[in-house]
Design a protein around this ligand. Structure first.
Ligand code: A3P
Length: 434
Protein backbone atom coordinates (compact mmCIF):
# COMPACT_ATOMS: atom_id res chain seq x y z
CA UNK A 1 0.00 0.00 0.00
CA UNK A 2 1.31 3.44 -0.96
CA UNK A 3 2.37 5.61 2.02
CA UNK A 4 0.83 8.99 2.88
CA UNK A 5 4.13 10.81 2.22
CA UNK A 6 4.24 9.27 -1.25
CA UNK A 7 0.71 10.50 -1.95
CA UNK A 8 1.71 13.97 -0.75
CA UNK A 9 4.78 13.95 -3.01
CA UNK A 10 2.65 12.94 -6.00
CA UNK A 11 -0.02 15.59 -5.30
CA UNK A 12 2.58 18.35 -4.91
CA UNK A 13 4.38 17.26 -8.06
CA UNK A 14 1.13 17.29 -10.08
CA UNK A 15 0.31 20.71 -8.66
CA UNK A 16 3.74 22.08 -9.59
CA UNK A 17 3.48 20.69 -13.12
CA UNK A 18 0.08 22.35 -13.64
CA UNK A 19 1.29 25.69 -12.35
CA UNK A 20 4.49 25.48 -14.43
CA UNK A 21 2.36 24.92 -17.53
CA UNK A 22 0.54 28.19 -16.80
CA UNK A 23 3.93 29.91 -17.15
CA UNK A 24 2.72 32.57 -14.72
CA UNK A 25 4.36 34.03 -11.68
CA UNK A 26 2.67 32.01 -8.94
CA UNK A 27 4.50 31.47 -5.65
CA UNK A 28 4.98 27.72 -5.92
CA UNK A 29 6.21 26.93 -2.39
CA UNK A 30 3.24 24.62 -1.93
CA UNK A 31 2.63 22.54 1.20
CA UNK A 32 -0.22 20.68 2.89
CA UNK A 33 -1.92 23.91 3.94
CA UNK A 34 -1.98 25.36 0.41
CA UNK A 35 -5.54 26.13 -0.71
CA UNK A 36 -6.17 25.24 -4.33
CA UNK A 37 -8.58 28.08 -5.15
CA UNK A 38 -7.48 30.81 -2.77
CA UNK A 39 -3.70 30.31 -2.91
CA UNK A 40 -3.10 28.68 -6.29
CA UNK A 41 -6.00 30.24 -8.21
CA UNK A 42 -7.56 27.00 -9.45
CA UNK A 43 -10.60 27.26 -11.73
CA UNK A 44 -13.04 24.38 -12.12
CA UNK A 45 -11.27 23.07 -15.19
CA UNK A 46 -7.95 22.94 -13.30
CA UNK A 47 -9.50 20.62 -10.73
CA UNK A 48 -10.33 18.25 -13.52
CA UNK A 49 -6.80 18.31 -14.95
CA UNK A 50 -5.49 17.87 -11.41
CA UNK A 51 -7.53 14.78 -10.54
CA UNK A 52 -6.94 13.16 -13.93
CA UNK A 53 -3.16 13.62 -13.52
CA UNK A 54 -3.25 12.22 -9.97
CA UNK A 55 -5.11 9.14 -11.18
CA UNK A 56 -2.54 8.71 -13.95
CA UNK A 57 0.25 9.03 -11.37
CA UNK A 58 -1.37 6.44 -9.12
CA UNK A 59 -2.13 4.15 -12.05
CA UNK A 60 -5.69 3.69 -10.83
CA UNK A 61 -9.04 5.45 -10.66
CA UNK A 62 -9.92 7.17 -7.38
CA UNK A 63 -13.42 8.50 -8.03
CA UNK A 64 -13.06 12.14 -7.00
CA UNK A 65 -16.78 12.98 -7.14
CA UNK A 66 -17.22 12.75 -3.35
CA UNK A 67 -14.24 14.99 -2.73
CA UNK A 68 -15.44 17.67 -5.11
CA UNK A 69 -19.11 17.50 -4.24
CA UNK A 70 -20.59 17.59 -0.75
CA UNK A 71 -24.35 17.48 -0.18
CA UNK A 72 -25.05 18.12 -3.83
CA UNK A 73 -22.81 21.19 -4.03
CA UNK A 74 -19.34 21.61 -5.38
CA UNK A 75 -16.91 22.55 -2.61
CA UNK A 76 -15.68 26.13 -2.53
CA UNK A 77 -12.04 25.24 -1.87
CA UNK A 78 -9.75 22.37 -0.84
CA UNK A 79 -6.33 22.22 0.79
CA UNK A 80 -3.58 19.89 -0.41
CA UNK A 81 -4.04 18.09 2.91
CA UNK A 82 -7.74 17.49 2.15
CA UNK A 83 -6.79 15.96 -1.19
CA UNK A 84 -4.10 13.71 0.30
CA UNK A 85 -6.45 12.54 3.08
CA UNK A 86 -9.18 11.83 0.57
CA UNK A 87 -6.88 9.78 -1.66
CA UNK A 88 -5.54 7.86 1.35
CA UNK A 89 -9.09 7.04 2.51
CA UNK A 90 -10.13 5.94 -0.98
CA UNK A 91 -7.10 3.70 -1.32
CA UNK A 92 -7.93 2.01 1.97
CA UNK A 93 -11.60 1.70 0.98
CA UNK A 94 -10.64 0.20 -2.39
CA UNK A 95 -9.23 -2.83 -0.65
CA UNK A 96 -12.76 -3.67 0.55
CA UNK A 97 -15.12 -2.10 -1.95
CA UNK A 98 -14.97 -0.94 -5.57
CA UNK A 99 -15.04 2.76 -6.44
CA UNK A 100 -18.23 4.15 -7.77
CA UNK A 101 -17.61 7.25 -9.78
CA UNK A 102 -15.51 5.95 -12.65
CA UNK A 103 -14.90 2.57 -14.15
CA UNK A 104 -11.46 1.06 -14.05
CA UNK A 105 -10.49 -2.49 -14.89
CA UNK A 106 -10.26 -3.21 -11.18
CA UNK A 107 -13.82 -2.01 -10.67
CA UNK A 108 -15.16 -3.90 -13.64
CA UNK A 109 -13.69 -7.13 -12.35
CA UNK A 110 -15.20 -6.78 -8.91
CA UNK A 111 -18.69 -5.39 -9.65
CA UNK A 112 -21.53 -7.85 -9.52
CA UNK A 113 -24.09 -7.25 -12.21
CA UNK A 114 -27.70 -6.98 -11.01
CA UNK A 115 -29.83 -9.22 -13.21
CA UNK A 116 -33.20 -8.79 -11.53
CA UNK A 117 -34.86 -7.22 -8.51
CA UNK A 118 -37.99 -8.18 -6.55
CA UNK A 119 -41.27 -6.68 -7.85
CA UNK A 120 -41.62 -4.70 -4.61
CA UNK A 121 -38.44 -2.78 -5.48
CA UNK A 122 -39.59 -1.97 -8.98
CA UNK A 123 -41.29 1.26 -9.99
CA UNK A 124 -45.07 0.96 -10.34
CA UNK A 125 -48.04 3.27 -10.88
CA UNK A 126 -48.51 3.96 -7.20
CA UNK A 127 -44.87 5.00 -6.71
CA UNK A 128 -44.93 7.07 -9.88
CA UNK A 129 -48.07 8.95 -8.77
CA UNK A 130 -46.48 9.70 -5.40
CA UNK A 131 -43.30 10.87 -7.12
CA UNK A 132 -45.16 13.26 -9.44
CA UNK A 133 -47.29 14.58 -6.58
CA UNK A 134 -44.16 15.39 -4.54
CA UNK A 135 -42.55 17.06 -7.54
CA UNK A 136 -45.65 19.26 -7.91
CA UNK A 137 -44.31 21.49 -10.67
CA UNK A 138 -44.72 25.06 -9.57
CA UNK A 139 -46.00 27.21 -12.33
CA UNK A 140 -47.10 30.67 -11.53
CA UNK A 141 -45.99 31.75 -14.97
CA UNK A 142 -48.49 33.72 -17.03
CA UNK A 143 -47.48 33.76 -20.65
CA UNK A 144 -47.06 36.96 -22.59
CA UNK A 145 -48.32 36.30 -26.10
CA UNK A 146 -47.53 39.83 -27.22
CA UNK A 147 -44.01 39.18 -28.32
CA UNK A 148 -42.57 36.10 -29.94
CA UNK A 149 -38.81 35.80 -30.14
CA UNK A 150 -37.11 34.56 -33.27
CA UNK A 151 -36.49 30.80 -33.61
CA UNK A 152 -34.35 29.03 -31.03
CA UNK A 153 -33.42 25.39 -30.49
CA UNK A 154 -34.40 23.48 -27.36
CA UNK A 155 -32.67 20.25 -26.33
CA UNK A 156 -35.18 18.12 -24.44
CA UNK A 157 -33.83 15.42 -22.14
CA UNK A 158 -33.69 14.50 -18.48
CA UNK A 159 -30.30 14.89 -16.78
CA UNK A 160 -27.60 12.22 -17.27
CA UNK A 161 -28.49 11.72 -20.93
CA UNK A 162 -25.29 13.09 -22.46
CA UNK A 163 -26.86 16.53 -22.75
CA UNK A 164 -23.70 18.43 -21.75
CA UNK A 165 -21.72 16.59 -24.42
CA UNK A 166 -24.39 17.36 -27.03
CA UNK A 167 -24.56 21.00 -25.90
CA UNK A 168 -20.80 21.38 -26.35
CA UNK A 169 -20.87 19.61 -29.73
CA UNK A 170 -23.54 22.06 -30.90
CA UNK A 171 -21.42 24.94 -29.57
CA UNK A 172 -18.74 23.84 -32.05
CA UNK A 173 -20.91 25.03 -34.95
CA UNK A 174 -20.36 28.74 -35.72
CA UNK A 175 -23.99 29.08 -36.83
CA UNK A 176 -25.18 28.09 -33.35
CA UNK A 177 -24.77 29.65 -29.91
CA UNK A 178 -25.06 26.92 -27.31
CA UNK A 179 -24.25 28.14 -23.79
CA UNK A 180 -24.43 26.23 -20.48
CA UNK A 181 -27.93 25.61 -19.04
CA UNK A 182 -30.00 28.80 -19.12
CA UNK A 183 -32.92 27.90 -16.80
CA UNK A 184 -35.19 30.62 -18.17
CA UNK A 185 -38.24 29.04 -19.75
CA UNK A 186 -39.69 27.78 -16.45
CA UNK A 187 -40.08 31.28 -15.05
CA UNK A 188 -42.19 34.31 -15.94
CA UNK A 189 -39.53 36.83 -15.05
CA UNK A 190 -35.98 37.18 -13.86
CA UNK A 191 -37.02 37.99 -10.30
CA UNK A 192 -39.10 34.82 -10.00
CA UNK A 193 -36.20 32.84 -11.47
CA UNK A 194 -33.76 34.26 -8.92
CA UNK A 195 -36.11 33.55 -6.06
CA UNK A 196 -36.60 29.94 -7.18
CA UNK A 197 -32.94 29.14 -7.77
CA UNK A 198 -31.06 31.18 -5.22
CA UNK A 199 -30.48 28.49 -2.60
CA UNK A 200 -27.59 26.23 -1.70
CA UNK A 201 -28.82 23.39 -3.91
CA UNK A 202 -29.58 25.39 -7.01
CA UNK A 203 -27.67 28.66 -7.17
CA UNK A 204 -25.09 27.25 -9.59
CA UNK A 205 -27.98 27.00 -12.07
CA UNK A 206 -28.00 30.81 -12.22
CA UNK A 207 -24.54 30.77 -13.81
CA UNK A 208 -25.41 29.77 -17.40
CA UNK A 209 -26.97 33.12 -18.24
CA UNK A 210 -23.92 34.91 -16.77
CA UNK A 211 -21.56 32.81 -18.93
CA UNK A 212 -23.74 33.40 -22.00
CA UNK A 213 -23.70 37.18 -21.54
CA UNK A 214 -19.93 37.18 -21.01
CA UNK A 215 -19.52 35.43 -24.35
CA UNK A 216 -22.02 37.55 -26.26
CA UNK A 217 -21.08 40.95 -24.87
CA UNK A 218 -17.38 40.36 -24.13
CA UNK A 219 -18.02 41.25 -20.47
CA UNK A 220 -16.27 39.88 -17.41
CA UNK A 221 -18.21 37.88 -14.79
CA UNK A 222 -18.99 40.78 -12.39
CA UNK A 223 -20.30 42.99 -15.24
CA UNK A 224 -22.55 40.21 -16.51
CA UNK A 225 -23.78 39.52 -12.96
CA UNK A 226 -24.53 43.22 -12.39
CA UNK A 227 -26.54 43.31 -15.59
CA UNK A 228 -28.59 40.27 -14.52
CA UNK A 229 -29.12 41.81 -11.07
CA UNK A 230 -30.62 44.85 -12.78
CA UNK A 231 -32.89 42.62 -14.91
CA UNK A 232 -34.08 40.98 -11.68
CA UNK A 233 -34.69 44.35 -10.02
CA UNK A 234 -36.74 45.46 -13.02
CA UNK A 235 -38.70 42.16 -12.94
CA UNK A 236 -37.83 41.76 -16.62
CA UNK A 237 -39.73 38.93 -18.31
CA UNK A 238 -37.66 35.88 -19.29
CA UNK A 239 -39.09 36.38 -22.78
CA UNK A 240 -37.37 39.78 -22.94
CA UNK A 241 -34.16 38.38 -21.50
CA UNK A 242 -34.09 35.72 -24.25
CA UNK A 243 -34.51 38.58 -26.75
CA UNK A 244 -31.47 40.35 -25.28
CA UNK A 245 -29.40 37.19 -25.73
CA UNK A 246 -30.66 36.66 -29.27
CA UNK A 247 -30.07 40.31 -30.26
CA UNK A 248 -26.36 39.83 -29.65
CA UNK A 249 -26.11 36.73 -31.81
CA UNK A 250 -26.40 38.05 -35.34
CA UNK A 251 -27.59 35.17 -37.52
CA UNK A 252 -26.67 32.49 -34.99
CA UNK A 253 -29.42 30.32 -33.55
CA UNK A 254 -29.67 30.20 -29.76
CA UNK A 255 -29.63 26.68 -28.27
CA UNK A 256 -31.13 26.20 -24.81
CA UNK A 257 -30.34 22.85 -23.20
CA UNK A 258 -31.83 22.84 -19.73
CA UNK A 259 -32.72 19.37 -18.44
CA UNK A 260 -35.34 20.56 -15.95
CA UNK A 261 -37.79 21.81 -18.62
CA UNK A 262 -39.02 18.30 -19.41
CA UNK A 263 -40.46 17.69 -15.94
CA UNK A 264 -43.46 19.83 -16.84
CA UNK A 265 -45.40 20.00 -20.11
CA UNK A 266 -46.48 23.57 -19.34
CA UNK A 267 -42.86 24.66 -19.40
CA UNK A 268 -42.41 23.00 -22.78
CA UNK A 269 -45.46 24.80 -24.10
CA UNK A 270 -43.87 28.13 -23.19
CA UNK A 271 -41.25 27.42 -25.89
CA UNK A 272 -44.05 27.46 -28.48
CA UNK A 273 -45.67 30.53 -26.97
CA UNK A 274 -42.48 32.57 -26.61
CA UNK A 275 -40.70 31.67 -29.85
CA UNK A 276 -41.53 31.76 -33.51
CA UNK A 277 -41.07 28.28 -34.98
CA UNK A 278 -38.90 26.85 -32.19
CA UNK A 279 -36.90 23.70 -33.00
CA UNK A 280 -36.77 20.73 -30.64
CA UNK A 281 -34.08 18.08 -30.31
CA UNK A 282 -35.31 15.12 -28.29
CA UNK A 283 -32.22 13.53 -26.75
CA UNK A 284 -32.75 9.95 -25.62
CA UNK A 285 -30.61 7.62 -23.56
CA UNK A 286 -31.40 4.07 -22.52
CA UNK A 287 -33.06 4.29 -19.08
CA UNK A 288 -30.52 1.90 -17.52
CA UNK A 289 -27.65 4.11 -18.73
CA UNK A 290 -29.37 7.18 -17.35
CA UNK A 291 -30.15 5.39 -14.05
CA UNK A 292 -26.60 4.21 -13.53
CA UNK A 293 -25.27 7.69 -14.34
CA UNK A 294 -27.80 9.31 -11.98
CA UNK A 295 -26.79 6.99 -9.15
CA UNK A 296 -23.06 7.54 -9.71
CA UNK A 297 -23.38 11.30 -9.79
CA UNK A 298 -25.55 11.16 -6.65
CA UNK A 299 -28.12 13.38 -8.32
CA UNK A 300 -30.78 12.47 -5.77
CA UNK A 301 -29.07 14.98 -3.46
CA UNK A 302 -30.33 17.67 -5.81
CA UNK A 303 -33.92 16.66 -5.02
CA UNK A 304 -34.26 17.56 -1.33
CA UNK A 305 -38.06 17.48 -1.68
CA UNK A 306 -37.74 13.67 -2.05
CA UNK A 307 -35.86 13.28 1.24
CA UNK A 308 -38.97 12.31 3.14
CA UNK A 309 -39.84 9.58 0.63
CA UNK A 310 -38.42 6.07 0.76
CA UNK A 311 -37.47 6.11 -2.91
CA UNK A 312 -34.06 4.72 -3.71
CA UNK A 313 -31.79 6.66 -6.02
CA UNK A 314 -32.48 4.03 -8.71
CA UNK A 315 -36.23 4.51 -8.40
CA UNK A 316 -35.90 8.30 -8.51
CA UNK A 317 -33.79 8.04 -11.65
CA UNK A 318 -36.19 5.69 -13.41
CA UNK A 319 -39.20 7.85 -12.53
CA UNK A 320 -37.38 10.97 -13.71
CA UNK A 321 -36.69 9.21 -17.04
CA UNK A 322 -40.30 8.04 -17.28
CA UNK A 323 -41.85 11.42 -16.52
CA UNK A 324 -39.45 13.27 -18.81
CA UNK A 325 -40.02 10.96 -21.77
CA UNK A 326 -43.80 10.93 -21.34
CA UNK A 327 -43.91 14.72 -21.20
CA UNK A 328 -41.56 15.11 -24.14
CA UNK A 329 -43.42 12.63 -26.35
CA UNK A 330 -46.81 14.16 -25.49
CA UNK A 331 -45.53 17.64 -26.13
CA UNK A 332 -43.77 16.76 -29.38
CA UNK A 333 -46.95 15.17 -30.72
CA UNK A 334 -48.20 18.77 -31.07
CA UNK A 335 -45.08 19.96 -32.92
CA UNK A 336 -44.80 19.75 -36.75
CA UNK A 337 -42.45 17.08 -38.08
CA UNK A 338 -39.97 19.55 -39.59
CA UNK A 339 -39.34 21.16 -36.21
CA UNK A 340 -38.44 18.10 -34.17
CA UNK A 341 -35.53 15.69 -34.32
CA UNK A 342 -34.85 12.60 -32.26
CA UNK A 343 -31.24 11.82 -31.30
CA UNK A 344 -29.83 9.27 -28.92
CA UNK A 345 -26.78 9.45 -26.68
CA UNK A 346 -25.77 6.01 -27.89
CA UNK A 347 -25.78 7.07 -31.58
CA UNK A 348 -23.99 10.34 -30.81
CA UNK A 349 -21.05 8.69 -29.05
CA UNK A 350 -20.79 5.86 -31.59
CA UNK A 351 -21.34 7.89 -34.80
CA UNK A 352 -20.77 11.55 -33.85
CA UNK A 353 -20.20 12.87 -37.36
CA UNK A 354 -23.24 11.17 -38.82
CA UNK A 355 -25.46 12.41 -35.99
CA UNK A 356 -24.14 15.99 -36.21
CA UNK A 357 -24.80 15.88 -39.96
CA UNK A 358 -28.39 14.98 -39.14
CA UNK A 359 -28.61 17.95 -36.75
CA UNK A 360 -27.24 20.28 -39.41
CA UNK A 361 -29.68 19.03 -42.04
CA UNK A 362 -32.50 19.48 -39.56
CA UNK A 363 -31.50 23.06 -38.70
CA UNK A 364 -30.50 23.84 -42.27
CA UNK A 365 -26.96 24.84 -41.35
CA UNK A 366 -23.54 23.65 -42.55
CA UNK A 367 -21.70 20.88 -40.74
CA UNK A 368 -18.54 22.10 -38.98
CA UNK A 369 -15.71 19.83 -37.92
CA UNK A 370 -15.50 21.46 -34.45
CA UNK A 371 -18.82 19.82 -33.66
CA UNK A 372 -17.05 16.49 -33.30
CA UNK A 373 -14.03 17.79 -31.39
CA UNK A 374 -15.77 18.92 -28.18
CA UNK A 375 -12.50 19.24 -26.26
CA UNK A 376 -10.96 21.89 -28.55
CA UNK A 377 -11.60 25.66 -28.42
CA UNK A 378 -12.81 25.58 -24.82
CA UNK A 379 -13.58 29.30 -24.62
CA UNK A 380 -15.96 29.30 -27.59
CA UNK A 381 -17.68 26.25 -26.18
CA UNK A 382 -18.08 27.82 -22.75
CA UNK A 383 -16.91 24.72 -20.88
CA UNK A 384 -15.01 26.82 -18.33
CA UNK A 385 -16.66 28.39 -15.28
CA UNK A 386 -17.67 32.02 -14.91
CA UNK A 387 -14.70 33.13 -12.84
CA UNK A 388 -11.70 31.62 -11.12
CA UNK A 389 -13.41 30.68 -7.90
CA UNK A 390 -16.65 29.58 -9.49
CA UNK A 391 -18.00 26.13 -8.95
CA UNK A 392 -18.07 23.69 -11.80
CA UNK A 393 -21.00 24.01 -14.13
CA UNK A 394 -22.64 21.28 -16.17
CA UNK A 395 -21.60 17.64 -16.04
CA UNK A 396 -18.28 17.08 -14.25
CA UNK A 397 -17.78 13.84 -16.14
CA UNK A 398 -17.68 15.72 -19.43
CA UNK A 399 -14.29 17.03 -18.28
CA UNK A 400 -13.11 13.61 -17.21
CA UNK A 401 -13.43 12.30 -20.77
CA UNK A 402 -10.83 13.38 -23.29
CA UNK A 403 -12.66 12.46 -26.47
CA UNK A 404 -16.14 11.32 -27.41
CA UNK A 405 -16.15 7.87 -25.86
CA UNK A 406 -18.16 5.22 -27.78
CA UNK A 407 -17.67 2.65 -24.99
CA UNK A 408 -19.79 4.85 -22.71
CA UNK A 409 -22.92 3.89 -24.67
CA UNK A 410 -23.17 0.40 -23.16
CA UNK A 411 -21.19 0.79 -19.95
CA UNK A 412 -24.37 0.32 -17.91
CA UNK A 413 -24.59 -3.28 -19.10
CA UNK A 414 -21.74 -4.15 -16.72
CA UNK A 415 -23.98 -3.17 -13.81
CA UNK A 416 -27.58 -3.86 -14.77
CA UNK A 417 -29.79 -6.03 -16.89
CA UNK A 418 -32.87 -4.20 -18.19
CA UNK A 419 -34.93 -6.68 -16.12
CA UNK A 420 -34.66 -4.15 -13.28
CA UNK A 421 -37.04 -1.83 -15.15
CA UNK A 422 -40.78 -1.55 -14.52
CA UNK A 423 -43.35 -2.64 -17.11
CA UNK A 424 -44.22 1.03 -17.62
CA UNK A 425 -40.64 1.82 -18.53
CA UNK A 426 -40.35 -1.23 -20.81
CA UNK A 427 -43.43 -0.05 -22.63
CA UNK A 428 -42.01 3.42 -23.18
CA UNK A 429 -38.62 1.97 -24.20
CA UNK A 430 -40.34 0.38 -27.20
CA UNK A 431 -41.82 3.73 -28.23
CA UNK A 432 -38.37 5.28 -27.89
CA UNK A 433 -36.70 2.65 -30.03
CA UNK A 434 -34.91 0.70 -27.26
P1 A3P B 1 -22.09 8.46 -17.37
O1 A3P B 1 -22.33 9.00 -16.01
O2 A3P B 1 -22.84 7.22 -17.70
O3 A3P B 1 -20.62 8.32 -17.66
P2 A3P B 1 -25.65 14.94 -18.81
O4 A3P B 1 -24.70 15.93 -19.35
O5 A3P B 1 -26.96 14.94 -19.55
O6 A3P B 1 -25.83 15.02 -17.34
O7 A3P B 1 -25.04 13.47 -19.12
C1 A3P B 1 -23.92 12.97 -18.44
C2 A3P B 1 -23.40 11.71 -19.12
O8 A3P B 1 -22.74 12.09 -20.36
C3 A3P B 1 -22.37 10.98 -18.27
O9 A3P B 1 -22.63 9.58 -18.40
C4 A3P B 1 -21.07 11.37 -18.96
O10 A3P B 1 -20.00 10.47 -18.77
C5 A3P B 1 -21.51 11.38 -20.41
N1 A3P B 1 -20.50 12.07 -21.22
C6 A3P B 1 -20.00 13.32 -21.04
N2 A3P B 1 -19.01 13.55 -21.89
C7 A3P B 1 -18.84 12.42 -22.63
C8 A3P B 1 -17.94 12.00 -23.67
N3 A3P B 1 -16.98 12.81 -24.09
N4 A3P B 1 -18.09 10.75 -24.20
C9 A3P B 1 -19.04 9.91 -23.74
N5 A3P B 1 -19.89 10.23 -22.76
C10 A3P B 1 -19.81 11.46 -22.20
Amino acid sequence: MIKREEILTLVLSVLNTIVEEWGEDVDSAFNEQTLLVEDVGFASIDFVQFVVAIEEGLGQKIGFQDMLMVDGNYVEDLSVENVVDYIASRLIASVNEPFEATTSHTERDSIEKIHSIPDSEKVNNEKFNLFTSILKPRNSRVVSTEHKNRPAVFVLSPPRSGSTLLRVMLAGNPQLFSPPELHLLSYADMAERYEALNDDHNNHLLEGTVRALMQIKGWDGPTARDFIDRCQDQVMSTNEFYAILQDGLGDRLLVDKTPTYVVDKKILNHALEDFENAYFIHLLRHPCGMIRSYEESKLSRMMPMMNASDFSSRELAEMTWLLSQRNTLDFLSTVPQNRKLRLSYEDIVVSPEQEMQRVCNFLNIDFHIDMITPYSEKDNKMTDGVDTASRMSGDLKFHLHKTIDPAAAVRWQQFYSDEILSDMTHELCKTCGY
